[in-house]
Design a protein around this ligand. Structure first.
Ligand code: DGY
Length: 446
């Protein structure tokens, strides 16, 4: 365990670039939004202050409308090292109407809102440093604005849930869940862009060229409408249970944060400002309950025994078993029958945990599109397994959580902290020394 701890720390130290961490030195040379949140959760055991800065750097690139961009570009990295590069997104010009910040280039789409949860966990690792630096006090209004962007601009279905408008937004780029809604999107012409990911990753582990041509089309359409949600066509719009579950978990974290900073902001307990903050905590808890009710109402499928994505354009559920449909396990206060069914599904034939596999795959083991090595079409990912572990533990499934914890740590070490692994054999794919793999293995070792 101590050798592994040492190796994981080394990855995090190597991938730190001064104010934030790159997911991988080769494949992803900038700052990614949800990667940073997961990295901070591990980095808090190495340097609580760096973990705080990781989140601060990301949120410094927040847009005026509250969105937190999925990539914050490092200006020192050559343009051709990653596609789509800043000259594709053109955030400082095309994003001006939505309040893109000046002096930093970002993408215009978002990733799952894990940040408030991460901020809370980072704070708890070293409350004294956090208080001294005013970490939560400074981050809290930004996190509130971020959630508000999602629950207002992104309630495209009109039922209180957040929609994603690009397959990169839920973070599970080429999940079979997107095949059907994506098929409606006209691909960008093949010669109109050049992928950089294939310079570093094997084509068999990555999304296909046709996927990419559609990703490019969707992002360009959004950009060409100035990233304004009310004006963009959003031909791809999906309510995803993973994104919404993470929002709910983060909304609970915001309540804890509001409680925590209340006495710090205003020492006088009877002042109005302090009452306002306490009221905020209640408002966050209420919002979390409302989101939870909407999640169950809109996305729970009792027959499948899991949550399903809903295609907002067709209005229909997407009948594919993606692992995002299990992530609501981290949501407190789900109905008991839902929890029991989810637990059966995690360990049943489709996801096989503790039976045919030791790590939860990203997609149905029996699904028609299952591919054990292609990105989000089957491989097991470490952030997903960290979340499932947390969910199992929260529901008192201690033995299963312990077994999963051990499996995550073992697979991370054996694969040199691979980006993703074959859920059946543990063989590593994608990049190595991947930051969140190291960070989350470290977190589970604690
Ligand atoms: C990529 O570039 O592969 C990412 O997953 C999208 O941000």
């Amino acid at each position: 365990a101590s050798a592994l701890r040492h190796a994981a720390r080394r990855v995090l130290l190597r991938n730190w670039v001064g104010n934030s961490t790159v997911p991988s030195r080769s494949l992803y040379p900038h700052q990614w939004s949800w990667d940073s949140a997961f990295v901070a959760i591990g980095l808090r055991h190495v340097s609580p202050e760096r973990a705080q800065r990781e989140l601060e750097t990301l949120l410094a690139a927040q847009w005026g409308d509250g969105r937190v961009p999925h990539i914050v570009f490092n200006p020192a990295v050559p343009l051709d090292a990653y596609f789509p590069s800043p000259d594709f997104w053109r955030s400082s010009t095309a994003g001006a109407a939505a309040g893109a910040p000046e002096g930093v280039e970002t993408s215009g789409i978002v990733q799952p809102p894990v940040h408030a949860l991460a901020a809370w966990l980072v704070h708890r690792a070293d409350p004294a440093t956090s208080r001294r630096r005013g970490f939560l006090r400074r981050l809290y209004p930004k996190l509130v604005a971020w959630h508000r962007y999602l629950t207002t601009h992104r309630d495209l279905g009109g039922h209180g849930l957040v929609s994603v408008v690009h397959p990169w937004e839920p973070g599970m780029d080429n999940s079979p869940c997107w095949d059907e809604p994506l098929a409606r999107v006209e691909p960008a012409p093949p010669g109109s862009f050049r992928r950089a990911d294939l310079d570093h990753g094997s084509a068999a582990d990555r999304p296909t060229d046709l996927d990419y041509a559609r990703y490019v089309r969707l992002a360009a359409d959004y950009r060409d409408h100035d990233y304004l949600d009310a004006e963009a066509p959003h031909r791809f719009a999906v309510e995803d249970p993973g994104v919404n579950a993470l929002l709910i978990a983060s909304e609970h974290a915001l309540a804890d944060i509001a409680d925590e900073i209340a006495p710090e902001v205003v020492p006088d307990p009877v002042s109005e400002a302090r009452d306002a903050l306490c009221a905020d905590a209640d408002a966050h808890r209420r919002r979390a309950r409302e989101l939870t009710a909407a999640l169950v109402e809109r996305l729970w499928d009792a027959e499948a025994g899991q949550f399903l994505c809903r295609d907002v354009r067709s209005g229909e559920p997407i009948r594919e078993r993606g692992v995002a449909g299990l992530l609501p396990l981290i949501v407190p206060g789900l109905p008991r029958d839902v929890v029991h069914a989810l637990l059966r599904t995690v360990c049943g034939e489709h996801f096989g945990l503790g039976g045919t596999v030791r790590l939860v795959p990203s997609y149905d083991l029996l699904g028609h599109a299952f591919d054990p090595r292609r990105y989000w079409r089957g491989p097991a990912w470490f952030n997903v397994n960290w979340l499932v572990e947390r969910g199992l533990r929260q529901h008192g499934q201690t033995a299963r959580a312990d077994a999963l914890r051990a499996a995550v740590v073992t697979a991370a070490a054996a694969s040199d902290f691979a980006e993703y692994v074959d859920p059946r054999t543990g063989a590593g794919y994608g990049s190595r020394e991947f930051s969140w793999t190291a960070a989350l293995a470290l977190d589970l070792l604690k």
